[in-house]
Design a protein around this ligand. Structure first.
Ligand code: FBP
Length: 548
Protein backbone atom coordinates (compact mmCIF):
# COMPACT_ATOMS: atom_id res chain seq x y z
CA UNK A 1 0.00 0.00 0.00
CA UNK A 2 1.32 3.47 -0.86
CA UNK A 3 2.39 5.42 2.25
CA UNK A 4 1.87 9.11 2.99
CA UNK A 5 4.83 11.29 3.99
CA UNK A 6 3.53 11.37 7.57
CA UNK A 7 3.22 7.58 7.65
CA UNK A 8 6.81 7.21 6.52
CA UNK A 9 8.07 9.70 9.10
CA UNK A 10 5.93 8.14 11.85
CA UNK A 11 7.15 4.62 11.08
CA UNK A 12 10.55 5.72 12.34
CA UNK A 13 9.17 6.97 15.67
CA UNK A 14 10.45 4.89 18.58
CA UNK A 15 7.92 4.97 21.42
CA UNK A 16 9.47 5.90 24.72
CA UNK A 17 9.16 3.10 27.28
CA UNK A 18 9.06 3.76 31.01
CA UNK A 19 12.63 3.56 32.33
CA UNK A 20 11.66 0.58 34.48
CA UNK A 21 10.87 -1.47 31.38
CA UNK A 22 14.01 -0.73 29.44
CA UNK A 23 16.01 -3.64 30.83
CA UNK A 24 15.23 -6.60 33.01
CA UNK A 25 12.58 -6.22 35.71
CA UNK A 26 12.00 -7.44 39.22
CA UNK A 27 8.43 -8.38 40.04
CA UNK A 28 7.21 -6.72 43.23
CA UNK A 29 3.96 -8.09 44.64
CA UNK A 30 1.60 -5.86 46.60
CA UNK A 31 -1.02 -6.97 49.12
CA UNK A 32 -3.90 -9.28 48.18
CA UNK A 33 -6.71 -7.33 46.48
CA UNK A 34 -10.49 -7.42 46.68
CA UNK A 35 -13.18 -6.51 44.21
CA UNK A 36 -14.65 -2.99 44.37
CA UNK A 37 -17.99 -4.43 45.58
CA UNK A 38 -19.87 -7.70 46.14
CA UNK A 39 -16.67 -9.37 47.39
CA UNK A 40 -18.24 -12.62 48.63
CA UNK A 41 -20.15 -13.30 45.38
CA UNK A 42 -17.14 -12.54 43.22
CA UNK A 43 -14.77 -14.59 45.33
CA UNK A 44 -17.07 -17.59 44.82
CA UNK A 45 -17.17 -17.07 41.06
CA UNK A 46 -13.39 -16.66 40.73
CA UNK A 47 -11.90 -19.14 43.21
CA UNK A 48 -8.62 -19.38 41.27
CA UNK A 49 -8.03 -15.76 40.30
CA UNK A 50 -9.68 -13.72 43.08
CA UNK A 51 -7.66 -11.76 45.61
CA UNK A 52 -4.37 -11.83 43.68
CA UNK A 53 -1.85 -9.09 44.49
CA UNK A 54 -1.19 -6.03 42.35
CA UNK A 55 2.17 -6.32 40.62
CA UNK A 56 4.80 -3.60 40.11
CA UNK A 57 7.79 -3.95 37.83
CA UNK A 58 11.00 -2.43 39.07
CA UNK A 59 14.18 -2.04 37.11
CA UNK A 60 16.79 -4.70 37.70
CA UNK A 61 20.40 -4.70 36.62
CA UNK A 62 20.24 -8.28 35.25
CA UNK A 63 19.78 -9.13 31.58
CA UNK A 64 16.24 -9.79 30.55
CA UNK A 65 15.76 -13.51 29.84
CA UNK A 66 12.89 -15.93 29.83
CA UNK A 67 11.50 -19.03 28.19
CA UNK A 68 10.31 -18.82 24.57
CA UNK A 69 6.55 -18.37 24.53
CA UNK A 70 3.94 -18.70 21.83
CA UNK A 71 1.36 -16.00 22.50
CA UNK A 72 -1.93 -15.04 20.83
CA UNK A 73 -3.50 -11.62 20.55
CA UNK A 74 -7.08 -10.47 19.92
CA UNK A 75 -8.46 -7.00 19.16
CA UNK A 76 -11.98 -6.81 20.54
CA UNK A 77 -14.75 -4.26 19.93
CA UNK A 78 -14.56 -0.77 18.44
CA UNK A 79 -11.35 0.58 16.95
CA UNK A 80 -9.19 2.90 19.08
CA UNK A 81 -6.01 4.69 18.00
CA UNK A 82 -2.89 2.86 19.12
CA UNK A 83 -4.12 -0.74 18.92
CA UNK A 84 -1.37 -1.58 16.45
CA UNK A 85 1.25 -0.28 18.87
CA UNK A 86 -0.04 -2.55 21.63
CA UNK A 87 0.64 -5.46 19.29
CA UNK A 88 4.05 -4.05 18.26
CA UNK A 89 5.03 -3.56 21.93
CA UNK A 90 3.85 -7.08 22.76
CA UNK A 91 5.85 -8.51 19.85
CA UNK A 92 9.01 -6.58 20.80
CA UNK A 93 8.62 -7.51 24.47
CA UNK A 94 8.21 -11.21 23.71
CA UNK A 95 11.22 -11.18 21.37
CA UNK A 96 13.33 -9.24 23.87
CA UNK A 97 12.58 -11.87 26.52
CA UNK A 98 13.39 -14.68 24.10
CA UNK A 99 14.05 -14.46 20.35
CA UNK A 100 12.35 -17.81 19.79
CA UNK A 101 8.96 -16.52 21.02
CA UNK A 102 6.17 -16.27 18.47
CA UNK A 103 3.04 -14.17 18.25
CA UNK A 104 -0.22 -15.20 16.55
CA UNK A 105 -3.04 -12.77 15.81
CA UNK A 106 -6.62 -14.07 15.82
CA UNK A 107 -8.58 -12.49 13.00
CA UNK A 108 -11.60 -10.19 13.24
CA UNK A 109 -11.94 -10.22 17.01
CA UNK A 110 -12.75 -12.96 19.53
CA UNK A 111 -14.58 -14.83 16.75
CA UNK A 112 -11.16 -15.62 15.22
CA UNK A 113 -10.20 -17.65 18.28
CA UNK A 114 -13.45 -19.62 18.25
CA UNK A 115 -13.37 -20.17 14.47
CA UNK A 116 -9.61 -20.88 14.40
CA UNK A 117 -8.81 -17.99 12.05
CA UNK A 118 -5.34 -16.59 12.68
CA UNK A 119 -2.04 -15.44 11.20
CA UNK A 120 1.46 -15.51 12.59
CA UNK A 121 2.67 -11.96 13.16
CA UNK A 122 6.22 -11.81 11.87
CA UNK A 123 8.71 -8.93 12.13
CA UNK A 124 7.92 -7.86 8.53
CA UNK A 125 4.22 -7.55 9.25
CA UNK A 126 4.77 -5.79 12.57
CA UNK A 127 7.10 -3.21 10.99
CA UNK A 128 4.37 -2.20 8.54
CA UNK A 129 2.08 -1.16 11.39
CA UNK A 130 4.27 0.71 13.87
CA UNK A 131 2.62 3.96 15.09
CA UNK A 132 -0.29 3.61 12.67
CA UNK A 133 -3.99 4.01 13.43
CA UNK A 134 -6.59 1.33 12.82
CA UNK A 135 -7.00 -2.30 13.80
CA UNK A 136 -6.48 -3.67 10.29
CA UNK A 137 -3.37 -5.69 11.16
CA UNK A 138 -5.69 -8.51 12.29
CA UNK A 139 -9.11 -6.81 12.31
CA UNK A 140 -11.55 -6.55 15.20
CA UNK A 141 -15.03 -7.82 16.01
CA UNK A 142 -17.73 -7.80 18.65
CA UNK A 143 -18.30 -11.54 19.15
CA UNK A 144 -18.89 -11.98 22.85
CA UNK A 145 -16.49 -14.55 24.27
CA UNK A 146 -18.49 -15.88 27.21
CA UNK A 147 -19.63 -19.46 26.74
CA UNK A 148 -17.81 -22.58 27.86
CA UNK A 149 -18.15 -24.08 24.36
CA UNK A 150 -16.35 -21.04 22.91
CA UNK A 151 -13.60 -21.31 25.52
CA UNK A 152 -13.14 -25.02 24.73
CA UNK A 153 -13.18 -24.42 20.98
CA UNK A 154 -10.58 -21.66 21.46
CA UNK A 155 -8.43 -23.96 23.55
CA UNK A 156 -8.24 -26.46 20.67
CA UNK A 157 -6.42 -23.96 18.44
CA UNK A 158 -4.31 -22.63 21.31
CA UNK A 159 -3.12 -26.18 21.98
CA UNK A 160 -2.53 -26.81 18.29
CA UNK A 161 -0.31 -23.73 18.03
CA UNK A 162 1.26 -24.39 21.42
CA UNK A 163 0.05 -20.98 22.61
CA UNK A 164 0.35 -20.57 26.37
CA UNK A 165 -0.67 -16.91 26.70
CA UNK A 166 -3.48 -14.88 25.19
CA UNK A 167 -3.67 -11.08 25.23
CA UNK A 168 -7.14 -9.57 24.81
CA UNK A 169 -7.21 -5.90 23.88
CA UNK A 170 -10.68 -4.58 24.65
CA UNK A 171 -13.09 -2.46 26.67
CA UNK A 172 -14.92 -3.23 29.92
CA UNK A 173 -17.02 -6.09 28.52
CA UNK A 174 -14.09 -7.72 26.71
CA UNK A 175 -11.85 -7.48 29.77
CA UNK A 176 -14.67 -8.91 31.90
CA UNK A 177 -14.75 -11.85 29.51
CA UNK A 178 -10.93 -12.06 29.59
CA UNK A 179 -11.09 -12.53 33.37
CA UNK A 180 -13.78 -15.22 33.05
CA UNK A 181 -11.64 -16.99 30.45
CA UNK A 182 -8.54 -16.73 32.67
CA UNK A 183 -10.47 -18.27 35.55
CA UNK A 184 -11.81 -21.10 33.37
CA UNK A 185 -8.43 -21.98 31.86
CA UNK A 186 -6.88 -21.95 35.31
CA UNK A 187 -9.67 -24.12 36.73
CA UNK A 188 -9.29 -26.81 34.05
CA UNK A 189 -5.48 -26.61 34.10
CA UNK A 190 -5.33 -25.55 30.45
CA UNK A 191 -1.94 -23.93 30.88
CA UNK A 192 -2.97 -20.72 29.10
CA UNK A 193 -2.48 -17.32 30.73
CA UNK A 194 -4.92 -14.52 29.82
CA UNK A 195 -3.89 -10.86 30.00
CA UNK A 196 -6.13 -7.85 29.24
CA UNK A 197 -5.31 -4.38 27.88
CA UNK A 198 -7.57 -1.35 28.47
CA UNK A 199 -8.90 -0.09 25.12
CA UNK A 200 -11.76 2.24 24.20
CA UNK A 201 -12.05 5.76 22.88
CA UNK A 202 -15.04 6.15 25.23
CA UNK A 203 -12.71 6.60 28.22
CA UNK A 204 -15.08 4.64 30.47
CA UNK A 205 -12.67 1.85 31.37
CA UNK A 206 -10.81 3.55 34.18
CA UNK A 207 -10.75 3.37 37.94
CA UNK A 208 -8.46 3.80 40.93
CA UNK A 209 -5.84 1.60 39.27
CA UNK A 210 -6.34 2.12 35.53
CA UNK A 211 -5.88 5.83 34.79
CA UNK A 212 -7.27 5.82 31.26
CA UNK A 213 -8.07 3.54 28.35
CA UNK A 214 -5.98 3.95 25.22
CA UNK A 215 -7.43 5.78 22.23
CA UNK A 216 -9.28 8.40 24.29
CA UNK A 217 -6.38 10.83 23.94
CA UNK A 218 -6.15 10.69 20.13
CA UNK A 219 -9.89 10.47 19.50
CA UNK A 220 -10.72 13.50 21.66
CA UNK A 221 -7.88 15.49 20.10
CA UNK A 222 -9.16 14.63 16.63
CA UNK A 223 -12.74 15.61 17.48
CA UNK A 224 -11.53 18.78 19.21
CA UNK A 225 -9.61 19.76 16.10
CA UNK A 226 -12.81 19.36 14.05
CA UNK A 227 -14.94 21.21 16.60
CA UNK A 228 -12.35 24.01 16.68
CA UNK A 229 -12.50 24.23 12.89
CA UNK A 230 -16.29 24.40 12.99
CA UNK A 231 -16.14 27.07 15.68
CA UNK A 232 -13.82 29.19 13.57
CA UNK A 233 -16.18 28.83 10.62
CA UNK A 234 -19.16 29.53 12.82
CA UNK A 235 -17.51 32.65 14.25
CA UNK A 236 -16.56 33.82 10.75
CA UNK A 237 -19.98 33.37 9.12
CA UNK A 238 -22.05 34.06 12.25
CA UNK A 239 -25.14 32.38 10.82
CA UNK A 240 -25.35 28.74 11.92
CA UNK A 241 -25.95 26.80 15.08
CA UNK A 242 -23.91 23.59 14.90
CA UNK A 243 -25.33 20.57 16.74
CA UNK A 244 -22.43 18.13 17.15
CA UNK A 245 -22.99 14.64 18.47
CA UNK A 246 -19.90 12.91 19.83
CA UNK A 247 -19.30 9.20 20.23
CA UNK A 248 -18.79 7.68 23.61
CA UNK A 249 -21.70 5.27 23.99
CA UNK A 250 -23.03 5.71 27.56
CA UNK A 251 -20.44 7.90 29.22
CA UNK A 252 -19.96 11.59 28.36
CA UNK A 253 -16.17 11.64 28.86
CA UNK A 254 -15.53 12.41 25.18
CA UNK A 255 -18.01 15.31 25.10
CA UNK A 256 -16.65 16.68 28.37
CA UNK A 257 -13.01 16.46 27.24
CA UNK A 258 -13.84 18.13 23.90
CA UNK A 259 -15.69 20.89 25.77
CA UNK A 260 -12.67 21.46 28.00
CA UNK A 261 -10.47 21.68 24.91
CA UNK A 262 -12.70 23.86 22.72
CA UNK A 263 -15.01 25.89 25.04
CA UNK A 264 -18.25 25.54 23.06
CA UNK A 265 -21.43 27.50 23.82
CA UNK A 266 -23.26 24.41 25.10
CA UNK A 267 -22.19 20.93 26.11
CA UNK A 268 -24.71 18.51 27.54
CA UNK A 269 -23.40 15.94 30.04
CA UNK A 270 -25.69 12.90 30.20
CA UNK A 271 -24.71 11.99 33.76
CA UNK A 272 -25.85 15.45 34.94
CA UNK A 273 -29.11 15.17 33.03
CA UNK A 274 -29.80 11.91 34.86
CA UNK A 275 -28.70 13.25 38.24
CA UNK A 276 -31.01 16.26 37.88
CA UNK A 277 -33.81 14.03 36.63
CA UNK A 278 -34.23 16.25 33.57
CA UNK A 279 -36.76 15.50 30.86
CA UNK A 280 -35.98 15.80 27.18
CA UNK A 281 -37.98 19.04 27.20
CA UNK A 282 -35.82 20.39 30.07
CA UNK A 283 -32.70 19.77 27.96
CA UNK A 284 -34.34 21.42 24.96
CA UNK A 285 -35.40 24.44 27.03
CA UNK A 286 -31.87 24.80 28.41
CA UNK A 287 -30.39 24.93 24.91
CA UNK A 288 -33.19 27.16 23.55
CA UNK A 289 -32.68 29.67 26.37
CA UNK A 290 -28.99 29.99 25.47
CA UNK A 291 -29.86 30.39 21.77
CA UNK A 292 -32.36 33.11 22.70
CA UNK A 293 -29.92 34.94 25.03
CA UNK A 294 -27.19 34.90 22.41
CA UNK A 295 -29.68 36.26 19.87
CA UNK A 296 -30.35 39.20 22.21
CA UNK A 297 -26.63 40.04 21.80
CA UNK A 298 -26.97 39.70 18.04
CA UNK A 299 -25.21 36.31 18.04
CA UNK A 300 -27.32 33.95 15.94
CA UNK A 301 -24.63 31.28 15.90
CA UNK A 302 -23.12 28.78 18.23
CA UNK A 303 -22.02 25.23 18.98
CA UNK A 304 -23.75 22.52 20.98
CA UNK A 305 -21.93 19.31 21.95
CA UNK A 306 -24.13 16.29 22.59
CA UNK A 307 -22.88 12.96 23.98
CA UNK A 308 -24.20 10.08 21.93
CA UNK A 309 -25.65 8.26 24.94
CA UNK A 310 -27.77 11.24 26.05
CA UNK A 311 -31.21 9.81 25.50
CA UNK A 312 -30.45 6.70 27.55
CA UNK A 313 -29.88 8.98 30.55
CA UNK A 314 -33.19 10.80 30.33
CA UNK A 315 -35.31 8.82 32.80
CA UNK A 316 -38.46 8.63 30.61
CA UNK A 317 -36.38 7.65 27.56
CA UNK A 318 -34.49 5.09 29.61
CA UNK A 319 -37.79 3.41 30.57
CA UNK A 320 -38.91 3.55 26.97
CA UNK A 321 -35.68 1.90 25.77
CA UNK A 322 -35.88 -0.78 28.49
CA UNK A 323 -39.47 -1.58 27.47
CA UNK A 324 -38.49 -1.63 23.80
CA UNK A 325 -35.61 -4.03 24.59
CA UNK A 326 -38.04 -6.50 26.19
CA UNK A 327 -40.67 -6.04 23.53
CA UNK A 328 -38.25 -6.55 20.64
CA UNK A 329 -36.60 -9.56 22.30
CA UNK A 330 -40.06 -11.17 22.55
CA UNK A 331 -41.04 -10.30 18.97
CA UNK A 332 -38.51 -11.79 16.53
CA UNK A 333 -40.88 -11.21 13.58
CA UNK A 334 -40.71 -7.42 14.19
CA UNK A 335 -37.89 -6.90 11.67
CA UNK A 336 -39.99 -8.32 8.82
CA UNK A 337 -42.81 -5.76 9.24
CA UNK A 338 -43.22 -2.45 7.41
CA UNK A 339 -42.25 0.74 9.31
CA UNK A 340 -45.96 1.65 9.68
CA UNK A 341 -46.81 -1.78 11.13
CA UNK A 342 -43.84 -1.57 13.48
CA UNK A 343 -44.86 1.86 14.74
CA UNK A 344 -48.48 0.83 15.33
CA UNK A 345 -47.36 -2.34 17.17
CA UNK A 346 -44.94 -0.45 19.41
CA UNK A 347 -47.44 2.27 20.32
CA UNK A 348 -50.12 -0.23 21.31
CA UNK A 349 -47.76 -2.61 23.16
CA UNK A 350 -45.84 -0.19 25.42
CA UNK A 351 -47.02 1.12 28.80
CA UNK A 352 -49.05 4.34 28.61
CA UNK A 353 -46.14 6.59 29.62
CA UNK A 354 -43.63 5.05 27.24
CA UNK A 355 -46.15 4.93 24.45
CA UNK A 356 -46.80 8.67 24.84
CA UNK A 357 -43.06 9.44 24.83
CA UNK A 358 -42.53 7.21 21.79
CA UNK A 359 -45.41 8.80 19.86
CA UNK A 360 -44.12 12.30 20.69
CA UNK A 361 -40.72 11.70 19.08
CA UNK A 362 -40.01 12.69 15.48
CA UNK A 363 -40.82 9.55 13.47
CA UNK A 364 -37.28 9.02 12.18
CA UNK A 365 -35.78 9.07 15.68
CA UNK A 366 -38.55 6.80 17.06
CA UNK A 367 -37.71 4.28 14.36
CA UNK A 368 -34.00 4.45 15.15
CA UNK A 369 -34.85 3.33 18.70
CA UNK A 370 -36.16 0.03 17.37
CA UNK A 371 -33.17 -0.85 15.23
CA UNK A 372 -31.13 -4.00 15.94
CA UNK A 373 -29.30 -4.22 19.29
CA UNK A 374 -25.55 -4.97 19.38
CA UNK A 375 -24.32 -8.43 20.52
CA UNK A 376 -24.15 -7.15 24.11
CA UNK A 377 -27.87 -6.20 23.91
CA UNK A 378 -27.14 -2.44 23.87
CA UNK A 379 -29.11 0.00 21.76
CA UNK A 380 -26.74 1.15 19.01
CA UNK A 381 -26.71 4.73 20.20
CA UNK A 382 -24.41 5.84 17.41
CA UNK A 383 -27.29 5.16 14.98
CA UNK A 384 -29.72 7.49 16.77
CA UNK A 385 -29.65 11.02 15.43
CA UNK A 386 -29.93 12.83 18.76
CA UNK A 387 -28.39 15.95 17.22
CA UNK A 388 -31.34 16.23 14.80
CA UNK A 389 -33.87 15.38 17.49
CA UNK A 390 -32.52 18.15 19.72
CA UNK A 391 -32.23 20.80 17.06
CA UNK A 392 -35.74 20.08 15.79
CA UNK A 393 -37.16 20.38 19.30
CA UNK A 394 -35.06 23.51 20.02
CA UNK A 395 -36.46 25.03 16.81
CA UNK A 396 -40.02 24.31 18.01
CA UNK A 397 -39.30 25.81 21.41
CA UNK A 398 -37.85 28.95 19.81
CA UNK A 399 -41.07 29.35 17.83
CA UNK A 400 -42.97 29.29 21.13
CA UNK A 401 -40.58 31.85 22.62
CA UNK A 402 -40.99 34.02 19.53
CA UNK A 403 -44.79 33.83 19.90
CA UNK A 404 -44.41 35.01 23.50
CA UNK A 405 -42.23 37.88 22.25
CA UNK A 406 -39.13 36.44 23.96
CA UNK A 407 -37.09 35.62 20.87
CA UNK A 408 -36.47 37.53 17.69
CA UNK A 409 -33.34 35.83 16.32
CA UNK A 410 -32.68 33.52 13.37
CA UNK A 411 -32.07 29.84 13.97
CA UNK A 412 -30.32 27.84 11.22
CA UNK A 413 -29.08 24.52 12.59
CA UNK A 414 -26.47 22.24 11.00
CA UNK A 415 -25.72 18.73 12.18
CA UNK A 416 -22.56 16.68 12.66
CA UNK A 417 -21.68 13.37 14.20
CA UNK A 418 -18.05 12.76 15.08
CA UNK A 419 -17.17 9.20 15.92
CA UNK A 420 -15.67 7.16 13.13
CA UNK A 421 -13.50 10.18 12.17
CA UNK A 422 -11.39 9.69 15.30
CA UNK A 423 -11.29 5.98 16.02
CA UNK A 424 -8.53 5.11 13.56
CA UNK A 425 -6.50 8.32 13.57
CA UNK A 426 -2.72 7.94 13.74
CA UNK A 427 -2.06 7.71 17.48
CA UNK A 428 -0.87 10.86 19.24
CA UNK A 429 2.54 10.66 20.89
CA UNK A 430 0.71 9.89 24.14
CA UNK A 431 -1.23 6.97 22.66
CA UNK A 432 1.75 5.74 20.63
CA UNK A 433 3.86 5.56 23.82
CA UNK A 434 1.03 4.35 26.07
CA UNK A 435 -0.04 1.57 23.73
CA UNK A 436 3.47 0.37 22.98
CA UNK A 437 4.22 0.28 26.71
CA UNK A 438 0.93 -1.55 27.46
CA UNK A 439 1.86 -4.25 24.96
CA UNK A 440 5.48 -4.50 26.09
CA UNK A 441 4.31 -4.66 29.69
CA UNK A 442 1.84 -7.43 28.78
CA UNK A 443 4.84 -9.48 27.55
CA UNK A 444 6.49 -8.98 30.94
CA UNK A 445 3.29 -10.09 32.71
CA UNK A 446 3.34 -13.22 30.57
CA UNK A 447 6.97 -13.77 31.54
CA UNK A 448 6.00 -13.29 35.19
CA UNK A 449 3.60 -16.24 34.78
CA UNK A 450 0.42 -14.46 35.91
CA UNK A 451 -3.13 -14.77 34.56
CA UNK A 452 -6.33 -12.73 34.88
CA UNK A 453 -4.32 -9.47 35.00
CA UNK A 454 -4.70 -6.22 33.10
CA UNK A 455 -1.59 -4.49 31.82
CA UNK A 456 -1.26 -1.23 33.74
CA UNK A 457 0.72 1.99 33.51
CA UNK A 458 0.31 4.81 35.99
CA UNK A 459 1.64 8.29 36.60
CA UNK A 460 0.45 9.12 33.08
CA UNK A 461 0.58 12.90 33.34
CA UNK A 462 4.36 12.64 33.63
CA UNK A 463 6.65 12.01 30.62
CA UNK A 464 6.36 8.38 29.53
CA UNK A 465 9.82 7.47 30.81
CA UNK A 466 8.51 8.12 34.34
CA UNK A 467 5.40 5.94 34.05
CA UNK A 468 5.00 3.12 36.58
CA UNK A 469 4.42 -0.31 35.09
CA UNK A 470 2.75 -3.43 36.44
CA UNK A 471 -0.37 -5.56 36.43
CA UNK A 472 -3.77 -5.35 38.11
CA UNK A 473 -5.92 -8.43 38.84
CA UNK A 474 -9.03 -7.86 36.72
CA UNK A 475 -11.29 -9.37 39.38
CA UNK A 476 -10.37 -6.35 41.53
CA UNK A 477 -12.47 -4.15 39.20
CA UNK A 478 -15.60 -6.30 39.43
CA UNK A 479 -19.02 -5.75 40.89
CA UNK A 480 -22.27 -7.63 40.29
CA UNK A 481 -24.75 -6.11 37.83
CA UNK A 482 -28.01 -7.29 36.29
CA UNK A 483 -27.46 -8.17 32.63
CA UNK A 484 -30.26 -9.72 30.56
CA UNK A 485 -32.17 -10.46 33.75
CA UNK A 486 -29.26 -12.24 35.48
CA UNK A 487 -26.72 -11.02 38.06
CA UNK A 488 -23.24 -11.13 36.47
CA UNK A 489 -19.74 -10.13 37.56
CA UNK A 490 -18.68 -7.18 35.39
CA UNK A 491 -16.09 -4.41 35.41
CA UNK A 492 -17.78 -1.26 36.66
CA UNK A 493 -18.22 1.22 33.81
CA UNK A 494 -16.76 4.60 34.73
CA UNK A 495 -19.24 7.39 34.00
CA UNK A 496 -18.47 11.11 34.34
CA UNK A 497 -18.30 11.96 38.05
CA UNK A 498 -20.11 15.17 38.79
CA UNK A 499 -17.91 15.72 41.84
CA UNK A 500 -14.71 15.17 39.83
CA UNK A 501 -12.45 18.05 38.82
CA UNK A 502 -12.97 17.69 35.01
CA UNK A 503 -16.73 18.24 35.34
CA UNK A 504 -16.32 20.87 38.07
CA UNK A 505 -13.94 22.93 35.89
CA UNK A 506 -16.41 22.74 33.01
CA UNK A 507 -19.39 23.61 35.22
CA UNK A 508 -17.57 26.67 36.61
CA UNK A 509 -17.00 28.05 33.11
CA UNK A 510 -19.98 27.02 31.00
CA UNK A 511 -22.20 30.04 31.73
CA UNK A 512 -19.41 32.29 30.50
CA UNK A 513 -18.74 30.13 27.42
CA UNK A 514 -22.49 30.09 26.61
CA UNK A 515 -22.73 33.82 26.05
CA UNK A 516 -19.28 35.26 25.55
CA UNK A 517 -17.98 33.18 22.61
CA UNK A 518 -14.73 32.00 24.15
CA UNK A 519 -13.88 29.39 21.54
CA UNK A 520 -10.50 27.66 21.59
CA UNK A 521 -9.08 26.20 18.36
CA UNK A 522 -6.80 23.28 19.28
CA UNK A 523 -5.69 22.53 15.71
CA UNK A 524 -4.51 19.13 14.48
CA UNK A 525 -2.53 16.64 16.53
CA UNK A 526 1.17 17.39 16.20
CA UNK A 527 3.74 14.64 16.21
CA UNK A 528 6.96 16.59 15.82
CA UNK A 529 7.78 19.76 17.72
CA UNK A 530 7.83 21.24 21.22
CA UNK A 531 6.53 19.04 24.06
CA UNK A 532 3.80 21.52 25.04
CA UNK A 533 2.34 21.16 21.54
CA UNK A 534 2.94 17.43 21.00
CA UNK A 535 2.88 15.67 24.35
CA UNK A 536 0.06 17.15 26.44
CA UNK A 537 -2.20 14.47 27.94
CA UNK A 538 -5.96 15.10 27.93
CA UNK A 539 -7.38 17.74 30.27
CA UNK A 540 -9.46 14.97 31.84
CA UNK A 541 -6.33 13.08 32.85
CA UNK A 542 -4.60 16.25 34.05
CA UNK A 543 -7.58 17.34 36.17
CA UNK A 544 -8.18 13.84 37.51
CA UNK A 545 -4.62 13.79 38.75
CA UNK A 546 -5.41 16.88 40.82
CA UNK A 547 -8.06 14.76 42.59
CA UNK A 548 -5.49 12.12 43.65
P1 FBP B 1 -15.74 0.00 22.30
O1 FBP B 1 -16.42 0.25 23.60
O2 FBP B 1 -15.87 -1.39 21.83
O3 FBP B 1 -14.32 0.48 22.32
O4 FBP B 1 -16.45 0.87 21.17
C1 FBP B 1 -16.61 2.23 21.28
C2 FBP B 1 -17.53 2.83 20.24
O5 FBP B 1 -16.76 3.62 19.36
C3 FBP B 1 -18.63 3.65 20.88
O6 FBP B 1 -18.20 4.96 21.16
C4 FBP B 1 -19.72 3.58 19.84
O7 FBP B 1 -21.00 3.76 20.41
C5 FBP B 1 -19.56 2.19 19.28
O8 FBP B 1 -18.20 1.85 19.46
C6 FBP B 1 -19.95 2.08 17.84
O9 FBP B 1 -19.91 0.74 17.48
P2 FBP B 1 -19.64 0.19 16.01
O10 FBP B 1 -18.19 0.33 15.75
O11 FBP B 1 -20.01 -1.25 16.12
O12 FBP B 1 -20.45 0.99 15.07
Amino acid sequence: MKKSALQIARAAYQPKLPVELTGSVTVVEGNPTQSVADQEDIKKLFPNTYGLPEIRFEKSSKNIVGKPVNAGVILSGGQAPGGHNVICGLFDGLKKINKESRLYGFLMGPGGLVDHKYIELTADIIDEYRNTGGFDIIGSGRTKLEKKEQFDKGLEILKQLDITALVIIGGDDSNTNAAVLAEYYKEIGAGVQVIGCPKTIDGDLKNEVIETSFGFDTATKTYSELIGNIQRDCYSAKKYWHFIKLMGRSASHIALECALQTQPNVCIISEEVEEKNMTLQDVVNYVADIVAKRAENGDNFGTVLIPEGLIEFIPAMKNLIAELNDLLAKTPEFASWTPAEQREFVIKSLSNNSSTVYASLPEGVARQLTLDRDPHGNVQVSLIETEKLLSEMVGNRLKELAAEGKYTGKFSPLHHFFGYEGRCAAPSNFDADYCYALGYNAALLINAGVTGYMSSLRNLTKPSVQWLAGGIPISMMFNMERRHGEMKPVIQKALVRLDGTPFQRFAAKRADWALSTAYVFPGPIQYFGPAEVCDQPTKTLQYEHLDK
